[in-house]
Design a protein. Structure first.
Length: 154
């Protein structure tokens, strides 16, 4: 069950629901154990593959490709940049502030022309409201004004 709390944005002066992460992240070892339980692959084999997935994805994305993990979604590099008024001032190295990884969940077309995203099955989610004092334990989290700090996911 995911969690949420009411937040106030001072800049826009609106209240909105905000998803909140509680507890420590689920680590690779736990995911590997879970995967080994539902497959014929051993825990150590799953951990070995998961341990190498980041470098393999980097290699492919650095070749200008996106990476599609069936049933999960698509990953690709994106740039955080600043613009310049004139082509004479254009300088790629100075204008690129960060390289990020964009993730787009896999989507499946449902009857009626609507789509559902991988990892998001709204019918199975029961959201639990937390008190406004509850802190988000996401690395990066939020500041005191309800603004998102740097995104640890890029």
């Amino acid at each position: 069950m995911p969690f949420w709390k009411k937040m106030f944005n001072k800049k826009q002066e609106v209240y909105y629901p905000r998803a909140i992460v509680q507890g420590k992240p689920v680590e690779t070892e736990t995911i590997a154990k879970d995967l080994s339980k539902i497959s014929t692959v051993s825990n150590s084999d799953v951990q070995a593959v998961l341990g190498d997935i980041a470098s393999v994805m980097h290699t492919r994305m650095s070749q200008g490709k996106s990476v599609h993990i069936k049933g999960l979604g698509y990953f690709r590099y994106t740039l955080d940049t600043v613009g310049v008024a004139s082509l004479d001032d254009f300088d790629f190295q100075k204008q690129v502030k960060a390289v990020r990884v964009e993730f787009v969940p896999e989507r499946t077309k449902l009857s009626g022309g609507t789509y559902t995203r991988a990892l998001v099955d709204s019918d199975d989610l029961e959201w639990i409201e937390l008190s406004p004092e509850t802190e988000d334990t996401t690395p990066g989290g939020e500041d005191k004004d309800g603004e998102q700090n740097e995104n640890p996911l890029g």
